[in-house]
Every structure is written in structure tokens, then in C-alpha cells.
Design a binder for this molecule. Structure first.
Ligand code: NAP
Length: 485
């Protein structure tokens, strides 16, 4: 049975300005995680289609790179407006394939527009340098140039905004792009092609294709025409792509997995901490890379925090993201539910207490009850592994140093959060946390103006902020001599 669809649903690849199917004619079904019903199909493409998309991007680069920065910036402003003009429809499409609540989808689409506007503005500020020369008759110029064809691979949890962070800096700098969205949420990726066409971005500048991850990934990492890979997804796949990209020495940007700690000190404002905890844990039903994986709570405030947090968690409204009032949509698929169940069973067996939730939701399918687990211990699975679901383990600690050590005891280093009212502690702890991002008394900190990204095995490079454009540029040194001065 076919689920209600959306006018924005493009069920084809965009290669060199044409909407085409896979060479084999094969397709992949796309399923609404809230209903289990098929929404539509997308092409099951492979190596040959990827090569054509890369060739188209390489050809388009020859002219796109020469457009003036003002022209590109103007087109990007139009793209920003087109996204906002269609915000409701784009949000509906996103919820249909991803499951998150409509309110969250609208927020994500708004964020996509904000990234495009930000990069339209940053495009005009990719300054070079004129450096004082050690020679009287030579001048030193340092310029920035677009790297060339970039390839972007994105995950299913933010199918719109993760692409905005990659298409934005590519367009701004004069790069051209080959894009592969996640197979489970391809439509919010393909719609970027329709929007780019609508505002007049030339053919071949943005190419989008769906299909076999290993074939498409294999081609874009080995093809010498691609000069940069930008990936958002799991650390496991990120490592494979870094290795594959080594042979042709491409630039790589990696936004990978996380294991965010959320520390609540005795001196924190508990109500504010609970409010922050709800957003830092349950956004997108716990399926974000910056979602809290471990709540670390100081002994003196532990009981009060756990009680208020569990009460707020039990009130969350679970349902189809398209229904009004829904706060928690389904998990992306059955595998995600099984993983969460495994974590909970492991915690229970090792002495963890389920305070609220703990099982599949009565709605069935991949709906899961928002869950709080007390008495979490170091040997439980979620101490080391990313949960990616609506489960909140709460650990108890005694001292500030113990909290910092526990927080840093992971190979990840993406987002971290802590709550305190002590100014000295704000600096001690934020400097002690080995993370790319720190929220102090805030549970949601992502914004286009700030550099988003991790350290350690959470990634390489930044997206957003003035830093986000750098990876799309090569620095060139030009020495002008023989000036007869
Ligand atoms: P994933 O399994 O790594 O997939 C991400 C993308 O990589 C998808 O498009 C996937 O394609 C593709 N892919 C899979 N295998 C590939 C291969 N061999 N070669 C090339 N591409 C390949 O991650 P996910 O489950 O979609 O997303 C969740 C992960 O993303 C979590 O770990 C989360 O923390 C991370 N994430 C990080 C950030 C950040 O900014 N740091 C943001 C969001 C999410 P298919 O869909 O076709 O399999």
C-alpha cells in the first residue's frame, strides 16, 4: 500500500540537470517509519551513474568557479527564500520519511535555510593576504580558491540540514557537488536538487544520487576528479571513507558519532538542568549525534534531578510526527529498537533501575517509550557506545575531577554539557572537557554562527561559523617577482 506522498518528492537522480533513474532501472523502496508503509521509491544507482555525476560536476566547475562571488551569493539568497517559502511542505516531507515531529522538522528546515544564508554571507569574506615580502622586488600574494568537485554523504537523522552545511559552503566558494543522501531518507536530499533548479543554479553544479552506499562511496573516494569528501555519519563508516580517500589524497571533513556527557553539579539550578536534559536527550527521539549519552549527576543533587527528570520524561507524547502535539516520533527502524532493547537489558542485568519507560511503546512498530535508567555503572554498554535512542542512563559521581575524568573516558569528543552556577567551575570544567563543543547551562547549542564539530574519533573539520568554509578552499601562494623595484 502506498502512503500519502508529497509534491516535493523527487523519485529520480539529478545528474547534469536531468532527472534520471538508475541504469539498471532498479529502485529502492522508501518507508515511513511511523506507519511502516511505502512512501515511494528512489533509483538504486551504482558506480556508472556516480562517474557521470562526477564528470558533470567537473565540467560545471569550469564555469561555476568563474562566477562572481556576488552572483553566487545572490543565488544562495534566492535558495534561502525558496526553502522558507516552502517550509511547511518540506517539513512534512521530512517527517514522512524520517519520523520526527512536524515541529522538529520545521525547525530543521529553518536551520537549512539559515545555513544557506550564512554561507551566502561568508562567501564574500574568503579573504586572502598580501604578506610583507623579504625581497625588495617581489610581492607575496596568498589567495583562496575553490577545491573543485566535492562529494557529500549524509545520514538519515537530519536529512535536510546536514546537506545544507555541505551544499552551502560548496556553492559559496564556487565548488560543485556530488551528493548521496541516506537511503532511508532520500527525499529531503533530492529536494535540494529541485530547489537549486528553481532558483537558477546551473546544471551540473549540484548532482544528487541514491543507491548502493558502497558503490557510490567507492567511486567518489577513488575518483581523482573529486577533491574533497565531506561526510556526516557513523565513526565506523567515516574511518572506511578516510582510508579509501587516502589513495588520491583528498581533503576530508568528518562529522562522526558522539557520546555526549551531561554533567549536573550540586550547585546547579535543577529545574533548568532538567529542561536542558529533555532537549539534550530527547530531540529526534534521542537520534542525534549531540544527544546526551550519559547523565553524570553529583551525589547531593542526584535524587532530586532523577525524580524531576523522570517525571518530565514520562509526560512526553509519543506518536506519528505528522499528528499535532507529538513530541516523540518513532525510531528509524526495527534495528534501532533492538539496539535500545539490548542496552536496557544489559543495564538491568548489571543493576540499573528503570525509573520510567523501558519497553516498546503500545503504538507498536518502532515506537519506544522515553526511558530513564538510574544507578548506571561504568560496565554498562551505553558507557562506551552511542545509544541513538530515547534512553537516558544516569550515573552518580562525587567530585568535580571524577566528573571530568568520567566524561572524557571515551574515544568520542563531539558535544558535552554541564550545569553549575559557580563561575570558577565554568572555566575549570569547560577547559577540562576534551570535546569540540561545550554547553554550559544550555542543552541545545547548535547554531549556524558557531563552529560545529568534534575531536578525537568524533571527526575532523568544522561546519558553520567562519571556520566552516575553509575546508572548501585551497590556499595558494603567488610570488610576483621581477618587478624592477
Ligand atoms: P551511517 O551508517 O554511517 O550512514 C551515513 C551515510 O553513509 C549514509 O548515507 C549511508 O548510506 C552512507 N554509507 C554507509 N556505508 C557506506 C560506505 N561503505 N561508503 C559510503 N557511504 C556509506 O550513519 P547513520 O546511521 O545514517 O547516521 C547515524 C550516525 O551519524 C551516528 O553515529 C551519528 O552520531 C552520526 N551523526 C553525526 C553528526 C555530526 O555532525 N557529527 C550528525 C548527525 C549524525 P546508506 O543510507 O545507503 O546506508
Amino acid at each position: 500500500m502506498l502512503q500519502k506522498s508529497s509534491p516535493f518528492m523527487k523519485q529520480a537522480n539529478l545528474i547534469n540537470g536531468e532527472w534520471v533513474g538508475a541504469d539498471s532501472g532498479k529502485t529502492i523502496d522508501v518507508i515511513n517509519p511511523a506507519t511502516g508503509l511505502k512512501i515511494g521509491t528512489v533509483p538504486n544507482s551504482g558506480k556508472a551513474e556516480t562517474q557521470r555525476a562526477i564528470n558533470a560536476a567537473a565540467e560545471a566547475f569550469k564555469t561555476w568557479r568563474k562566477t562572481s562571488v556576488l552572483e553566487r551569493s545572490k543565488l544562495m539568497r534566492k535558495l534561502h527564500d525558496a526553502i522558507l517559502d516552502n517550509q511547511d511542505a518540506l517539513a512534512e516531507l521530512l517527517t514522512l520519511e524520517q519520523g520526527k515531529s512536524l515541529a522538529e522538522s520545521k525547525g530543521e528546515v529553518g536551520m537549512s535555510a539559515a545555513y544557506i544564508l550564512w554561507y551566502a554571507e561568508e562567501a564574500r569574506r574568503t579573504y586572502g593576504d598580501i604578506v610583507p615580502s623579504p625581497w625588495a622586488d617581489r610581492r607575496i600574494l596568498v589567495t583562496k580558491e575553490p577545491v573543485g568537485v566535492i562529494a557529500a554523504i549524509t545520514p538519515w537523522n537530519f536529512p535536510s540540514s546536514m546537506l545544507a552545511r555541505k551544499i552551502g559552503p560548496a556553492l559559496a566558494t564556487g565548488c560543485t557537488a556530488v551528493v548521496k543522501p541516506a537511503t532511508q531518507t532520500p527525499y529531503s536530499g533530492l529536494v535540494w536538487g529541485a530547489l537549486c533548479e528553481e532558483v537558477g543554479i546551473p546544471k551540473g553544479v549540484v548532482n544528487i544520487l541514491t543507491g548502493s552506499a558502497s558503490e557510490i562511496g567507492g567511486e567518489i573516494t577513488s575518483n581523482p576528479l573529486v577533491r574533497k569528501i565531506t561526510f556526516t555519519g557513523s565513526t565506523e563508516i567515516g574511518k572506511i571513507l578516510i582510508k579509501q580517500a587516502a589513495d588520491t589524497v583528498k581533503k576530508v571533513s568528518m562529522e562522526l558519532g558522539g557520546n555526549a556527557p551531561f554533567i549536573v553539579f550540586d550547585d546547579a539550578d535543577v529545574d533548568r538542568a532538567v529542561e536542558g536534559a529533555m532537549i539534550a536527550k530527547f530531540r529526534n527521539s534521542g537520534q542525534t549525534c549531540v544527544c546526551t549519552n550519559r547523565f553524570l549527576v553529583q551525589a547531593g543533587i542526584y535524587d532530586s534531578f532523577v525524580e524531576k527528570f523522570a517525571t518530565a520524561t514520562a509526560k512526553l507524547k509519543v506518536g506519528d510526527g505528522l499528528e499535532s502535539g507529538t513530541q516523540q516520533g518513532p525510531l528509524i527502524d526495527e534495528k534501532a529498537v533492538e539496539k535500545v532493547e539490548e542496552f536496557i537489558a544489559d543495564a538491568k542485568q548489571k543493576g540499573g533501575k528503570v525509573i520510567t519507560g523501558g519497553k516498546r511503546h503500545a503504538l507498536g512498530g518502532s515506537f519506544f517509550e522515553p526511558t530513564v535508567i538510574g544507578d548506571a555503572k561504568a560496565d554498562m554498554l551505553f558507557t562506551k557506545e552511542e545509544i541513538f535512542g530515547p534512553v537516558a542512563p544516569v550515573y552518580k559521581f562525587e567530585t568535580e575531577q571524577e566528573a571530568i575524568d568520567l566524561a572524557n573516558d571515551t574515544q568520542f569528543g563531539l558535544a558535552s554539557y554541564f550545569y553549575t552556577q559557580d563561575l570558577g567551575r565554568v572555566f575549570r570544567v569547560s577547559e577540562g572537557l576534551k570535546y569540540g563543543m561545550v554547553g554550559v547551562n544550555e542543552g541545545m547549542i547548535t547554531t549556524v554562527e558557531a563552529p560545529f564539530g568534534g575531536v578525537k574519533e568524533s571527526g575532523l573539520g568544522k561546519e558553520g561559523g567562519h571556520q566552516g568554509i575553509e575546508d572548501y578552499l585551497d590556499t595558494k601562494y603567488v610570488c610576483v617577482g621581477g618587478l624592477g623595484l
